[in-house]
Structure formats: C-alpha cells, structure tokens
Design a binder for this molecule. Structure first.
Ligand SMILES: *Cc1c(COP(=O)(O)O)cnc(C)c1O
Length: 395
C-alpha cells in the first residue's frame, strides 16, 4: 500500500541532483535541457534490466525516451517493477504487436478535418497543438505522431485549426492536447488562448497536460497569470500512481487552483502500475488532497506494443467497485474504454441493478446487500380535511 503515512511521505528534494544549484533545479528550462534521453545516460544512474536495455535500442524509431531529472528521482532504481519506471523506461515488449493493436487505436485520423484537429463529438473538438512532451509515456496513444520518432511528420498548423473552430459554430468546447500544450512558450500559449477566447461560440476551454507531474517547475506565476486572464480554463492532469503526487506537484496544483482553474485527473489502467484497488484508492485520496477531482480511468488503448502494460477490463470494474461506497464520492473517477475505430469514450460500470420490472427495481449496494425500490406508476389522491390545512397554516 502506498503510502503508509499520507501526509509525511510526500517526496521532496533534488535526489541524484543534490549538487545542482536550487535555481537551476527549479527552472523548467534547466529540467528540459537536462532530460535523460539515451540508454547511455540511463546507465549512468541505474542498472537497466535486459528487457529495458533492448527496449532502449528500439525507442529511436518508435517513441523517444525523455525523462526529466525531477521525475527520474521518483524511480526506485532497486526495483525492476517500480510503477514509475514502467511508465517511462522502454522495454523490449514494446516491439511486440499483439492482435488488434494499432497505430491509431481510437481512430483519430479519420475524424481529423484539418491536421491536428479531431472533431469526433457534436459539440467539442480535440486540438493537438504540439507533438512534444516533457517526458514520454511508453503507452502513449499518440506515439504515431508524438516525439517525431516515426515517419508521421506531424506539423500542426495552429492557424488552420483556429480557422476550422471559427467556422464551426456548433463547437462550444475546445480541448487542447498534443503533445503537451503547457510545453508551448508563455507567449504562444497566451496567443492561442486569446484567439480561442475571441470566438463567440467557444464557451469552454480545457487543457490536457502531464506537465504538473513531469515538470512541476513549469507552473510558474507567469503561466498561472495567463491562464487566469484567459479563463475559465479547466485542466486535466494525468497521474497513475500515488508516488507521483509529491510536494512539488501539490504546490503546482495549488498554484493552478488558486488561479481559478478547476483540476481533474485522468489515469490509464496499467499492469503492475496501478491495477489494484489499494494503489488506486491511495492515488484518488492524494488527488483530493491536491484539490484534483478524479475524472477518468482509461482502459489502456490498443496502441501498438502496449500489451505488457495492459490490464484486464474486469480489474477496472473491480477498482470502481472497490471505491464506490467505500470512499468519498468525489474520489471516484469514471472508468471508460475509448472505443477503437473512433466510437468515443464509453463508460464501463459495475452492475448495481439486480432486477428491474414494471413495479420495482432491486439494487445492490457497495456491501453486496440487496434493496428494493418500488416504482410507483400513478398515485391515488388522498382526501384532505380542509380545516386541518387551515389550522396548520395558522400555527
Ligand atoms: C476525450 C475526447 C474529448 C473530450 O471528451 P469528454 O468526455 O468530453 O472529456 C473530445 N474529443 C476527442 C476526440 C476526445 O478523444
């Protein structure tokens, strides 16, 4: 179970980089410049397993390796199964292709009217504004285009995306993603948000980002000011394990919150990372302490080379069952499968309805006990004594 003491075990510090001046360490550009991006660099700091070593050799033309020093410190270098390690260090299994795995598992390419803009749902769009992230998740659903390791050659042109949104009045919600939008410079981000704000039919802007986890140093007062000025903006962060919820992350989330930004979290269900109730419960509790509302848990998309990280759908359902009723309702995310081929997100829920008829519904609670709720179809009028009513009112 992570962690034993919820408040005292929050990680903090420079770890392997204790010799680096604090100013550098706290500078997000320094963190980016000093990312670990090669097997040779990894080996300077840790012993790679055979599987990892072989995985690194392939990463150059699959999905680049990049880990910020800050995030690297969270890895338990003695534990080959460390849940942080499994998320960011490549493994040889990435080169396997399981049946049904695909390069575009949620069918984004066929609902992309202009490059970088996915219009799948009636009233909202996904706007991919960059192909770069602070660090790369090995199970990335967009590894075909992110990090530029494959032949995709993604060059989203912000102006054509903006033009599409301006011309489509049915779009009221724009979700910025990528890549990671918070990797854009302050100037570029401010420009983009201002342009979106200027469109009358855009009611709602949100940003999907893992920057607060990979690079909390990026959440500067200047960035917060931009987000505050162009708000309301909602932000979805992406964390999978309670070990990621450090003091630095807590502070970054607080700064965002205090700038008026509601925060949600999206997790991906990953084998030997977070595929059990105890880890998830600890994670969602920490999220609430950081003012982050758990939003979605995704069944891992059928992205090529991810079978070693894919957990069972049944496990996802068991996690939701293990949370509902057992802890705060605010802590419970929606478990979804993003349907292959472009069907969108479909909720997957435990079954709480045992039976439903014309006259009753039999429901099961979190303890497994059954309850009956009568379904009343039409009521019989009750005769009131007029005087009684008058008396009641005059009291
Ligand atoms: C996830 C997603 C959205 C947003 O979905 P919500 O359920 O509203 O959070 C919008 N467009 C695309 C293409 C998506 O994948």
């Amino acid at each position: 179970m992570y962690p034993k003491d919820k408040l005292c075990n929050w990680y903090h510090g420079q770890g392997l980089w204790a010799h680096v001046p604090k100013n550098d360490w706290n500078n997000w550009v320094w963190q980016l410049q000093n990312r670990i991006t090669t097997a040779a660099q990894l080996k300077q700091y840790m012993t790679l397993t055979e599987e990892e070593n072989a995985g690194c050799e392939f990463s150059d033309y699959k999905l680049a390796v990049a880990i910020t020093p800050y995030f690297f410190n969270l890895i338990d270098r003695e534990d080959a199964d460390c849940p942080i390690r499994r998320q960011v260090i490549p493994r040889v299994e990435e080169m396997n292709i399981a049946p049904d795995e695909m390069l575009d598992p949620v069918g984004e390419e066929k609902t992309m009217p202009v490059e970088g803009l996915v219009h799948r749902y009636p009233d909202r769009v996904l706007f991919l504004v960059t192909d770069r992230c602070a660090a790369y998740c090995r199970y990335c659903t967009r590894s075909r285009l992110v990090s530029n390791a494959q032949d995709y050659n993604f060059h989203p042109e912000m102006e054509s995306g903006l033009k599409y949104i301006e011309q489509h009045k049915e779009v009221r919600d724009v979700l910025l993603s990528g890549g990671d939008p918070l990797l854009l410079s302050d100037k570029k981000l401010a420009y983009l948000l201002k342009r979106l704000r200027a469109i009358d039919h855009i009611e709602f802007i949100r940003i999907g980002t893992r920057i607060p986890l990979f690079l909390p140093q990026r959440i500067t007062p200047e960035l917060c000011e931009i987000l505050k000025n162009q708000g309301p903006i909602w932000v979805s962060i992406h964390t999978n394990h309670p070990k990621e919820c450090t003091l630095e992350v807590k502070k970054a989330c607080e700064q965002l919150s205090f700038s008026g930004i509601p925060l949600g979290n999206q997790s991906v269900l990953l084998k030997k990372v977070n595929d059990n109730v105890d880890v998830m419960k600890s994670l969602v509790h920490r999220l609430l302490m950081m003012r982050v509302r758990p939003y979605y848990i995704y069944q891992c998309d059928l992205i090529t080379g991810s079978s070693h990280l894919r957990s069972d759908v049944k496990t996802g359902i068991e996690i939701i069952e293990g949370l509902r009723g057992h802890t705060s309702g605010y802590a419970i995310p929606q478990f979804v499968i993003d349907a292959p081929g472009g069907g969108g997100k479909v909720p997957i829920n435990p079954e709480y309805v045992e039976r439903i008829t014309e006259s009753e519904i039999i429901i099961r609670n979190y303890e497994g006990k059954s309850y009956r709720y009568a379904l009343i179809n039409g009521s019989v009028p009750v005769k009131h004594d007029h005087n009684d009513v008058i008396e009641e009112i005059s009291v």
